[in-house]
Design a protein around this ligand. Structure first.
Ligand code: HEC
Ligand code: HEC
Ligand code: HEC
Ligand code: HEC
Length: 338
């Protein structure tokens, strides 16, 4: 669904937007997190990505596989939701596990793994890793670019695709499930922020460099502003699902309002980037109230379009004025492994 008039835009920006809009529509329908029939499992990635796998094994995303179902909290939620077994419960699988199809049924094979974030690998694994059927040294730049394009067309989420990457984190870390929160007592999502939550224990920048370097200053700026915009978009959609004046509705509305407030500071700091004013305006086009799904979804679509404008146009180099807002390394979630 294209929500802005692309005919009025210049050629280059147009193709960026159309491409992005396609993947964005895709992500509203099937988020990358729930495609058990296309998952190859983390052991398949580990064949080549040894260091990234070793890093992942130190994270909460890995250890939750065994820890969560046994926890007191899980038992309490299951009881209230009348769930017998967390690991065979589709309401829990999508966010807490990576599943593969075994005997015609999704079976969890690990916690939140490579494919939870880079998307299910079956259709792009060979493409991304085979240097267009040549040796690395003989593949031309154009061939490499075509290879990556093909991998992305087959679902791969590359770290470069910041909007999609962020959207995927938020699809789990905001919990847009009214019953799970109001009846089950499940947390209404995490106090998530993209820089601090990606640069701690999750960080595994160890493929293209020997040391696990943090993201560059420009990338952190982009992560910070895009993360906030995706938070706002996701929260607007989540409020849209609210039907009763209980914890869920209240927490999701607070989340939307808080993200908007932070983006207002971003817009003030970056007056030359009109997209942020547009994001705030779009988010105010629907009231944060119960049973308002259509209007809130339309507002979220407009926020998404403006956010795609940000990732299509900027690289962070002109965003120095937000540096003081970005959480420093003392705020990173968990320790990055070396
Ligand atoms: C057969 C070896 C192999 C396997 C298996 C493999 N990869 Fe890769 N991967 C590579 C190679 C080679 C590259 C770098 C290609 C290049 O330099 O152009 C890469 C790069 C990547 C990148 C970085 C992409 C970028 O934008 O630069 C990600 C992310 C990634 N792989 C994820 C995965 C995931 C997830 C799996 C499992 C589903 C996986 N890989 C399985 C070989 C492999
Ligand atoms: C939309 C995604 C989503 C769904 C669906 C979901 N969870 Fe969660 N869950 C999360 C997130 C994100 C957290 C971490 C919240 C935080 O940061 O405090 C979490 C935290 C938890 C925790 C606390 C952490 C721990 O290890 O004890 C438990 C227990 C839990 N979930 C159980 C469940 C159960 C049981 C179900 C199914 C009935 C379920 N969740 C469905 C996303 C989800
Ligand atoms: C929680 C989500 C998440 C999980 C799980 C995850 N990744 Fe990533 N991956 C990312 C993000 C985010 C980046 C970019 C980080 C940055 O820019 O600082 C990244 C970057 C990468 C890169 C590029 C590294 C470089 O040197 O630039 C590779 C390769 C990769 N991931 C492979 C994997 C593999 C293999 C697994 C499983 C063992 C995995 N990832 C698990 C989110 C994830
Ligand atoms: C498939 C769903 C899913 C995706 C995608 C996902 N997460 Fe998570 N993440 C969770 C759940 C669930 C937990 C809580 C697990 C628990 O406590 O047992 C969690 C926990 C974490 C933690 C540990 C939090 C703590 O309290 O210590 C960090 C950090 C984190 N996620 C960062 C990220 C980042 C960054 C991304 C995107 C690049 C991401 N996650 C993508 C589901 C997900």
């Amino acid at each position: 669904m294209v929500v802005c008039d692309v005919r009025k835009l210049s050629g280059a920006l147009k193709s960026v937007l159309i491409l992005a809009a396609v993947s964005f529509v895709f992500f509203r329908v099937t988020s990358a997190i729930a495609q058990p029939s296309l998952n190859v499992g983390p052991n398949a990635c580990a064949e080549c990505h040894k260091t990234e796998t070793a890093n992942w094994k130190t994270t909460t995303h890995f250890s939750t596989f065994r820890a969560m179902p046994r926890s007191k909290e899980a038992k309490a939620i299951s009881k209230k939701m009348k769930i017998k077994r967390v690991k065979s419960e589709s309401q829990c699988l999508d966010c807490h596990f990576t599943s593969q199809i075994v005997k015609n049924k999704p079976k969890p094979v690990s916690g939140i793994s490579c494919e939870s974030c880079h998307s299910a690998g079956k259709n792009w694994l060979k493409i991304h890793s085979e240097f267009s059927g040549k040796k690395k040294e003989t593949e031309s730049k154009a061939e490499a670019a075509a290879r990556w394009k093909k991998a992305e067309a087959n679902g791969m989420i590359r770290p470069k695709a910041l909007y999609t990457l962020a959207k995927n984190c938020y699809s789990c870390h905001v919990v847009p499930k009214e019953k799970l929160v109001n009846v089950g007592g499940h947390p209404a999502g995490s106090a998530f922020e993209l820089v601090s939550w990606s640069q701690g224990e999750v960080r595994h920048n160890t493929w293209y460099s020997k040391t696990n370097n943090p993201a560059s200053a420009n990338r952190k700026r982009m992560m910070y502003v895009v993360g906030l915009a995706v938070e706002l978009e996701t929260a607007l959609r989540a409020v849209g699902k609210a039907t009763e004046k209980q914890a869920y509705a209240i927490k999701m509305a607070r989340r939307a309002a808080a993200a908007r407030k932070k983006l207002t500071s971003v817009a003030k700091a970056l007056p030359e980037a009109a997209e942020f004013v547009e994001i705030i305006k779009a988010s105010k086009s629907a009231k944060l109230k119960l049973n308002n799904d259509a209007a809130l979804s339309a507002a979220a679509d407009k926020v998404a379009m403006a956010t795609l404008g940000v990732v299509g146009k900027y690289d962070g180099s002109s965003f120095g004025a937000v540096d003081k807002m970005i959480p420093g390394s003392d705020k990173y979630k968990g320790k990055p492994s070396q």
